[in-house]
Design a protein around this ligand. Sequence first.
Ligand SMILES: [Zn+2]
Length: 188
Amino acid sequence: MKKKCMVPYLILIPFFAIPSGCAYNKTSSPELLVDNQQIAITVQPETARTDCDTVVITCIDYRFAIANQEFINETLGLKDNYDHISIPGSIYNLVNPETRALLFSKFALSVRLHLINRVVIISHRDCGGYGGSTAFGSEIAEYETQTADLRKARALLLEKYPTLQIDLFLESLVQEGGETKVHFEKVL
Ligand SMILES: [Zn+2]
């Protein structure tokens, strides 16, 4: 099957796509202040192929963004080898019948265009998509709901794509030795 290549050699970031009002990080390149400036970022030559192995589904939550990238790229060894669907609530959108079709349609693109054979789903504690931790009443109730949803999402995906390998993770922010860390737990 001939697949459509969706990976560009150079990623050109339009000026208008760069946020300029971030209150936290004010170290953006001064070049971004010039109208119509084009920014070129070099990628690895092997990135410019026509398929990848995995699609990763995560929530958009900024608190987990850097840890997610390190976990996906380094811990799971998926650097340059995955599509990334980032959506508020992660697979809550798959479990919820009202938004299921939307996520399935985007997921299907990854399967069709890039012939992925593995799915990594990451959900996180205190997720705004669920209304935060307080919506559950207790930590145990939150944990049981989210792990059950992860397993339900896996079952829904396997109904349509029975040959997929699906790995589930639940992550949480933890205070440890004076530092804030993100813990990832594999959910079976
Ligand atoms: Zn979230």
